[in-house]
Each structure stands twice: as structure tokens, then as C-alpha cells.
Design a protein around this ligand. Sequence first.
Ligand code: BGC
Length: 757
Amino acid sequence: MRNLFEIDAWKIIEQKFDLSKQKQAESIFSIGNGAFGQRANFEEYYSGDSLQGSYVGGVYYPDKTRVGWWKNGYPEYFAKVLNACNWIGINIEIDGELMDLNVQKPSTFYRELDMQTGVLTRRFKVKFAQGKELQVESIRFCSMDDDELAAIQYTVTPLNFSGYIKFTPYLDGKVYNHDSNYDEFFWEEDSHKVDIQKAYLCARTKKTNFSVATAMRFSFWRNEELLNIHPNISSSDFYVENNFEHFVEQGNAYTLKKYVSIVSTVHHSEFSVIPRSINKVREAYVSGFNSLLDAHKTAWKNIWSKADIVIEGDVAAQQGIRFNIFQLYQTYTGKHAQLNIGPKGFTGEKYGGATYWDTEAYCLPFYLKTAEPAVAKQLLVYRYNQLDRAIENAEKLGFKNGAALYPMVTMNGEECHNEWEITFEEIHRNGAIAFGIYNYVRHTGDSDYLKDKGRKVLNGIARFWTQRFNWSKDKKQYVMLGVTGPNEYENNINNNWYTNYIAKWCLEYALKCESEFASETNPLLSEKECVDWKHIAENVYFPKLEGTRIFLQQDGFMDKEQLSVADIPVSERPINQHWSWDRILRSIFIKQADVLQGLYLFKDHFDLETLRENFDFYEPKTVHESSLSPCVHVVIAAAIGRMDKAYELYLRTSRLDLDDYNHEADEGLHITSMAGTWLSLVEGLAGVRIGEDGLTINPSIPEAWKQYHFEILYKNQPLRIEVNQHGGTIENLGSSELSLILKNQAYAVSSMEKITF
Ligand code: BGC
């Protein structure tokens, strides 16, 4: 696979201006701070092919559903994260000619995203029509320290002339979503104001009424000297600018420092967003670029001190894993319970920036092991706060008595996905949300959350399952009909093994939690409910291939033509771009881990032989056409000792976007599957799993690597794990003793003790 950009342990580097790569680069060089983010668009005007994108977490629009055949129960809309005010704009003009890299192609070009510090830098040289040549450098960041602030330092140096340059810092709110269903403009203007010192623009979303105030303030410097500038002001609907012409002298550096604040009603009252945004830019201006940058770098340093993974001996793998960790923290930091993790984060519009089951199934373990428990807890609180909506959602479909069906896709708790086979049938998402609670408790040991809040979510979900199963007189067992499993290349199937399994587990877990807390708190379940749920859980039907340990993905799976992926001509892959949907649905081919997803989550329930047989059965049938798939296969392959396969699939996931394997990085990055890459390394290659026996570690290392090490948090204690070609060490960096099982042997590791294997 060709690398798109240079290989470097901490940086993404582009050395040459290549028009054909610009949209991919805009995604890959994206920056964000968990509260807002943006694609790596240029500050100055650019007339080439570009996806201009700035997104503010939690600000969405209910775009009216567009669907051919309306089904009762469909939501009215698909929520979309909104492309918001373009705050980076700084135009440069000489002799009436706008700087535009699509016109004056740069003679040198360098772009760098430093993942260690979260800083995006660009340097280039351009020649204007009359031969005037400029050296330009821009440095910008979205502050990790204060997630309502961003800053840009934009420096131009005239190389072969002295003369006038016009500078225009501006805010432009007239931005459209590229994927709007009816080409609507989603914003209304609240107000705007510009004076010679500052400007703001406050826009309000139609229908949802979110107000977002974006404010800017700038300073102008000649080398190290602050200049006194009296800019012109100009404004129109959704637009404010300052502009000034300045006489620049050859060889001197002129720097415009632009401070921006973005404040929204997701976190503040309607009346406070404008004054707050103005105060924030004033404070930023007073602090100055370097001090904001220092605070931003310190915040990143703190993140990396817990979350970094160091790989020695393979720089491409090192860059890949850091890129994934970096993008995950740019997308979600756990500071706000209103926010979640969109599959594309702040790097594009696909999937609407909304919350999917991806959060609990893939991302939660990442935050649980790399940050304090409070970060992951916010993700649970997000679902808890939406429990009433999940109950309403289930009621709309005919369920009762507090049964909760969490949406497949949501912004505010309401379902906003509208393909019946997913909206109504891909109900396994409820299971992942319950599993997330269990995962949180076993990682952190915090059962208070479970007692007060988690239990209510579990009970709502369990009530849904009890009503969704039905008793089959024929089988004399409970069956679940008409579902879609994680493998979306099959719809409306009966008895999806994964869904039945996770549903049964949910009932058992909800009952266990109830019995644990019933004596301390008011019981939440009636005796009858407990008896009924137990009866269902004990009598669920599971399809199996007789005489083997293989769990069948669903009823009738063996009636399909038994082919393997090797039988598909390369020219027909990916099948979703070459085959009719009808052909895909009837085929044996699996989009993403399904039965294996269950074996991954419930690893303690199955022996290695069962894992092996199922892996050998399903892996050859899986086309991995969801980026969420390979990671699960890596973890299982590593557990059963198939290291070559584990490493092959690991490579595929770790540089998926960096090398643009799927030819779609231009529309945004696969943020949630980046958590999957992390899982493949930590839970797969390093074999760090938390299960019913507590923490188990079974490390392995690819031949190509010399050594790798990282830290995890377990029960709030940091543990350092280092693996090399001969063994490695486990070091307890916490203050209490930690029990773990390393390569099937139990250890009690005292505080600051290091064990060698
Ligand atoms: C996958 C889903 C996933 C969604 C968003 C789909 O392609 O099949 O499992 O939730 O993408 O990442």
C-alpha cells in the first residue's frame, strides 16, 4: 500500500502541493478539541476542489427524511451535525489579486500536523502575477485547554519586494452542509457586529434553535513589534470582516494573530453566548498566542502521558497508532455529557455526526483504559439522560411498561435513522449499551453509578428484550424474529445468534444487579418480573451447527451457497460497490464481525477451541466492508495464536485513513473504528483483557517490531506494559496492590513492583 504522506513517529507531513490529494489531506490534517473541530481547509481563499467544514459538537439540524416508501414508526428526520461558521478565514491580496493556491501554484509547500502538540502548520512560497513573491507560514490550533478557543498565527514575508498587502481576517457564517436532503440552508442569523477591534457573528439553527456565537479579535506584528492598526470594517448577512492595507518591507515578517471563540447554547444560555464569546476573545488576546499555545500543549501532554503507545522498530505502525489515539481525543474528551462520538468526528459530514452503537462497542474501552473514569462515565450519563426518549422510542413501535429501545442513530435521544431494516431491526445496539455499563463497572469498580442510574437503563433495556422475544411452541424456546445483526448484509433474519446472546445476557445482568442492590435501595423490579425474566433467559434458542462448536449467525445460514471470500474476483471487491443489494443479501458474505462480535465481548463464556472453530468458519466469509470489523478479528486471532492473521488485519485497520485504503478519506475519517485499532493492539496483540477473572494479559509481538509499551488504567491504577521479542515487563505504577493473570499465572503485583516475563 502506498503511503499518502510521509512516515514520521509524531507528525503527519505533506512535502508537496498535490491538487489531487487536497480533500484527503483536509480530512487527515483535521484538528479539534472534543467540543469543536474542523477540516484542514486553508485560511486564505481557495478556489480548488475542497470540502469546507467546521463543526460544533452537539449543534445539529433535523433534516427532513427523504425516503421512497414511508413506513409507520419512521422518524421524521435525520439529524445532522451542522457545517458551522468558517472561522479560519484570512484573505491576502496584492495589487487586487487574491492569494489562491489553486491559481498561484506554490513553488514550495509544507504541511505538518504535530500530533504530540495538536498544532497544524503550513509553509509555502507563492508568486503573484506581477512576480511578487511571498513566503507564508500559518500555525493554528483548537485549544485543548479551553475548548471554546482557537488561534491562528499567520505570517507573510515579502521575499522580493516592498509594497502594499491587503489583509482581511473574517468570519463567514454562510456555509452549507454538503449532504443536506433538500439543499436547504440550515441557519438563521441572530446578529452580527464588527468594530475596529473585534467582531462576532451569532447564528441560530432553524428548527432546533441552537445559537452559536463566533467571535474574533486580531493583532498585527512586524517581526516582534506590535503595530497599531486601524482596520476598515465591513459586514453583510452572516459575514463580518476587518481589512487593512499595510506597507510591507522586503525581508520582514508580518504576522496576523487571530483569536477565535466559539460559544453555543449546547452549554450556555441563549443570553450569555454573545457576551461570553466576546469576553473569551478579549481574554485570549490579552493572554497572547504563545501563552494559549503553551496551555494547549500542556493539555495534550497530559493526554499523551496516559494514552500514548510507543512502538519501536516500525515507524509506520507507530505513526498509525498515534494518529488513531490523536483523532479520538480530538473528537471526544469527556468534558460534556451532552456530547458523544460521531463516526466521522469533526472531519466530515457522513453519518451526521450522530451517536451510534460504535460508542459503547468500540470507543468506551479506549477511554476506560486511557483516561480517568470520569471521561468514560460521561458516555454512560449521556445514555442515562436519554432513557425517557428511548422509552418513547419503544412505545412508538408498540412496546410498553417502560421498555426502552435506544436509537440506532441519535443526537438528542430520538431515533433519526430511517431504513426499516436498521431502525426497527438492528436492535442489538441496546445490548451494546447495557454491556457498556457492565464494562465501566468492571474496569473502574464504581458501582455507585450502577446503583443509581445504570440499573434503570438496564431494566428499560431488559424490558424491551422480554417483549421482543416470543415463545415458539414449535421449538419450546424463546425466539427473536425479524432482526438485523451487526452484519448489515443480511436483514430481517430470525434468531441472529449475536442478538439473542446479548439479549439473554442483558436479562441475566439486569437480574444480578437487581438482586445485588435490592436490599440497600427500593427494588426496581417486581417479583413477577424477576421470575419471568429468568424463565426467558434460561430458555433462549440459539442456532448451532450440529456436531460442531459453531454458532450459526442465524436460522437458515447453512442453506446459503458456502463460498469463501477467496472465491470473489478481486475486480468485484468491495462487493457493496459491484454487486446488487439482492445478490449481497442472499450471499454468504458477511460485512462485519457478527457471531465473532459476541465471542469477543463474552470471551469468558467460551473456550479456545470454540473461538478457533468459529473464527475458522467466519473469517473466510467476512469481507470486512465495515471499518469496525477487522479489529474484532484481530483480538480473536491473537487469542487463538493466529499471529500472522492478527498482524495482517491489524495493519489494515491501523493505517486505514492515513493510507486511505478505502478511497474515501476525502469525505472524513473513520473515527470510531480508530478505537477498534486501539483495541486490536491493546486487547489483541498485547492480550490485555478484563473479564470475569479480572485482568488477564497474554502478550505477543509482531516480528517486525522490536518493542512496544503503553499504560492502562485499571481500577484507577496505572499499569505499564512492555513487550519485546523475548518477553517483557508489567509494572504497577499505582499505590495499591493489583491482581492479574499473566500468561495463565496469577500474580499480586505490589505498588511500584515490576514483574518480568
Ligand atoms: C456499520 C455499523 C456502524 C456504522 C457507523 C456501518 O457501516 O455497519 O455497524 O454503526 O457504520 O460507523
